[in-house]
Design a protein around this ligand. Structure first.
Ligand code: ZN
Length: 384
């Protein structure tokens, strides 16, 4: 029994479609037939130029040839002999977060804090875990541990579920920030892949006032249209305060004035920074300065710059700043339940579905997107 897998044989080269054996699940693993796999824009950096350095840090990369694909959705085809809670035929999102399972953090129920934390189908801290789970979603069948499976209700489509990586990353951080009724929540970079997810989740979580920044005014207008009564957007320019077709625009002082005006002068309660790699630390700082005294911020967007952060300002304003990575399988199930209940509306996503044979063209063409609205999907059932 064989399958088609897109495999990377050398960094910087296109992936090749190889025919390889369908794996057998170990005792506590399952075999999933992949129906959709999300393609994150950062995948281009990972497989082509390693975050711009052109030199891969091989310690964090999977052994070659490698099968990438971070957000697989599919149907369980087979279960290992000790799997009891789930059966063949169940549709699932596979949480790619792998952990050792036996360190102090894993034992205490904090798998995201495992020193060996590794993404199946992407990169991570443990070569052993990448070897144990070498199948990303850019192939037809993958193995995964039974505790990594988010059961999907019928009303949650494969393509929407393939966005759970970004959604869950935002969601786990937003829970830490206490986003909900009465909280003014600012999303720095609201029209991108992560930021749009944060906006959709904030609506679902009952945030009554959602603020967002960006640069593309047309995209910001589309984000505001999701809920015009609850979402306000600001487009950064080099000019003083202005307006562009209903979108507030301007420079840093204009932005500060805008946030103060929308919060009765206090500043925002909570901030999620969703800016992508390549943005300067100053772009996070200008959002941090909009927090009220006692405000809380979380960073999920993977900006790699230094923050010019004044410790005295942080202290005297009682500001909290937290990094956050990924989400638990339980949090994935909470999101699936929200979609099924109709509180989390993902209908704004535009699914762009391609067969596995197009994987290299998809990875090369990710710049051609409508901000976070475009949802890039590989469907390996269309492999041939
Ligand atoms: Zn561990």
């Amino acid at each position: 029994m064989t399958m088609i897998a897109a495999r990377l044989h050398a960094y910087g080269e296109p992936m090749r479609l190889d025919r390889i054996a369908i794996p057998e699940p170990r005792q506590s693993d399952v075999l999933v037939e992949v129906k959709a796999c999300g393609v994150v824009p950062n995948m281009t950096r990972v497989v082509q130029n390693f975050f711009g350095t052109k030199v891969p840090d091989l310690k964090i990369m999977p052994p070659l040839p490698a099968i990438f694909g971070l957000d697989p959705v599919g149907v369980i085809a087979k279960v290992g002999s000790e799997v009891r809670s789930i059966a063949a035929g169940q549709r699932v999102y596979v949480n790619p977060a792998r952990r050792c399972g036996s360190c102090r953090m894993c034992r205490s129920g904090a798998p995201l804090d495992c020193p060996d934390f590794t993404f199946q189908g992407y990169f991570g801290r443990s070569q052993a875990l990448m070897k144990a789970y070498p199948y990303g979603g850019f192939c037809q069948f993958i193995t995964a541990p039974e505790d990594a499976l988010v059961r999907l209700p019928d009303s949650v489509g494969n393509e929407a579920a393939a966005r759970f990586g970004y959604l869950g990353t935002a969601y786990a951080a937003m829970k830490k920030l206490g986003v909900g009724p009465g909280v003014t929540f600012l999303v720095n970079g609201i029209s991108g892949q992560l930021g749009l997810c944060a906006a959709m989740l904030a609506l679902a979580m009952g945030a009554t006032r959602i603020l967002g920044t960006g640069r593309n005014v047309a995209l910001l207008r589309r984000v505001k249209a999701l809920a015009p009564q609850r979402i306000e957007v600001f487009g950064f320019t080099e000019a003083p305060a202005g307006h562009d077709g209903g979108v507030a625009t301007g420079d840093q002082p204009a932005f500060m004035g805008w946030t103060r005006k929308l919060t009765d002068g206090y500043g925002v309660d909570a901030l999620l920074d969703c800016l992508p790699p390549g943005q300067p630390g100053a772009a996070i700082m200008r959002a941090l300065y909009s927090l009220r005294r006692g405000g809380r911020a979380a960073n999920v967007g993977a900006v790699m710059d230094m923050l010019p952060l004044n410790a005295f300002w942080l202290m005297t304003n009682r500001i909290s700043l937290q990094g956050s990575v990924w989400f638990t399988t339980g949090e994935g199930e909470e999101m699936a339940a929200m979609v099924a209940a109709g509180t989390l509306d993902l209908s704004a996503l535009e699914h762009r579905i391609s067969p596995l044979t197009e994987i290299n063209a998809v990875i090369d063409g990710m710049d051609q997107r409508n901000g976070g609205f475009t949802n890039f999907i590989i469907d390996p059932t269309r492999a041939n």
